[in-house]
Write a new protein. Structure first.
Length: 308
C-alpha cells in the first residue's frame, strides 16, 4: 500500500483529498524512513547542524595547513636573516613577469570561486557550472605557467641541494656583475680613517657601505662570499635559496592539484543537480580551501620574487 493510500485510510471518514505537497512529502518520508532530506547524514539532527559542523571541521583543517606552511616560512626567515646575500643574488633568476601573471590568475580564480558559492546559495545551477569551470581553467593556467618556470630552472641547472649545477651565465638582472671567472672590483669606500690608531695595523682596508652578512650555522656562507656588493658577486651555496623555492612553491603546487581534484568533483555533482539553495555545503567548504591556496601564493610571490 502506498503512503498516500495509508494517509487516506488514517483520515477515516474525512473526505478531504490529499494535496500534491502532502503526497510528495509522504513519498519522501517513505524513501527516507527517518524523515530527513536525502543530503542529511544520519549522525546529524538538522541540516543546519550538519553545515555548521562541516564548516568547523574545514576551519580546523585550514588551521593545520597554516601550521604546515608556517614551518617553511620560518625556515625562509631564518635562512634569509643569516644569508641575505644568497637570496638577493639568487632571486634574480626568477621570472617576475610569470610570477605576477600567476598572481593575477589565482586572484581571478578566487573571485570566480566566491561567485560560484553565491550561485549555489541562490540555486543558480547554470551559473555554478560556468564559474566552477572558469575556476578550473584558472587553476590549470597557473600550473601551466609554473611548469614553464620549472622548465627554465631545470635547463639552467638551478635546482635544489645536490642537483644544483648551474651553467656558466650571469644573473639576468645583474648587469653590473663581473664575469664569474674574474675578481670583482673593489667597492667604493664608505669611509677612510683620517689618522689610523698608532696601535692598529697601518693597512686599514676600505669598508663597503653594505654590511657583511652573518656567517650562518655550520658555515653555510663563507666569509669570503659576504663582502662587497651582494648583487654583484655570486655568494656560496646559492642552492639554499632554490631548495627553499622548490619546497615552498612545490608544496603549494600540490595543493593546487588537490584543489583541481575537488573542484572537478564539485563540477560533476553540479551537472548532476546535487546542489541547490537548501544544500550547498561542499561548494562553500571547497571555496574556503581555495581561498587559502590563493592567500599562500600572495605571500610567496613577494617573498621569493620581489627581494630587495
Amino acid at each position: 500500500m502506498t503512503a498516500p493510500a495509508r494517509r487516506e485510510m488514517e483520515r477515516g471518514n474525512t473526505m478531504t483529498p490529499i494535496t500534491e505537497h502532502e503526497a510528495g512529502t509522504a513519498a519522501a518520508v517513505e524513501e527516507h524512513p527517518h524523515g530527513h532530506p536525502p543530503y542529511l547524514q544520519h549522525h546529524f539532527d538538522t541540516p543546519q547542524q550538519q553545515f555548521e559542523s562541516g564548516k568547523l571541521g574545514m576551519w580546523i583543517f585550514l588551521a593545520t595547513e597554516v601550521l604546515f606552511f608556517g614551518g617553511l616560512f620560518v625556515a625562509y626567515a631564518v635562512y634569509r636573516n643569516h644569508h641575505p646575500e644568497i637570496f638577493l643574488y639568487a632571486h634574480q633568476y626568477l621570472d617576475k613577469t610569470l610570477g605576477g601573471i600567476n598572481t593575477v590568475v589565482l586572484i581571478c580564480s578566487s573571485f570566480t570561486m566566491a561567485w560560484a558559492v553565491r550561485c549555489a546559495q541562490l540555486g543558480n545551477q547554470r551559473g555554478l557550472i560556468a564559474l566552477l569551470s572558469l575556476t578550473l581553467l584558472c587553476a590549470f593556467g597557473f600550473l601551466g605557467i609554473k611548469y614553464v618556470e620549472y622548465e627554465q630552472k631545470w635547463k639552467h641547472g638551478l635546482l635544489m641541494g645536490y642537483y644544483y649545477n648551474p651553467q656558466e651565465h650571469e644573473a639576468p638582472h645583474a648587469e653590473s656583475a663581473p664575469p664569474a671567472h674574474s675578481e670583482p672590483e673593489t667597492p667604493p669606500p664608505a669611509f677612510q680613517p683620517a689618522s689610523p690608531d698608532p696601535g692598529q695595523d697601518a693597512s686599514v682596508e676600505e669598508r663597503s657601505t653594505i654590511p657583511p652578512a652573518a656567517v650562518g650555522p655550520s658555515g653555510l656562507a663563507s666569509e669570503n662570499a659576504t663582502g662587497g656588493h651582494a648583487n654583484n658577486r655570486k655568494p656560496a651555496n646559492v642552492h639554499i635559496f632554490f631548495g627553499i623555492y622548490f619546497a615552498m612553491t612545490g608544496l603549494h603546487g600540490i595543493h593546487v592539484l588537490g584543489g583541481i581534484a575537488v573542484i572537478a568533483w564539485l563540477l560533476y555533482r553540479s551537472v548532476q543537480g546535487h546542489f541547490n539553495a537548501d544544500y550547498f555545503t561542499p561548494v562553500d567548504l571547497v571555496g574556503l580551501y581555495w581561498h587559502l591556496v590563493d592567500l599562500i601564493w600572495i605571500y610567496l610571490f613577494p617573498l621569493l620574487y620581489l627581494i630587495h
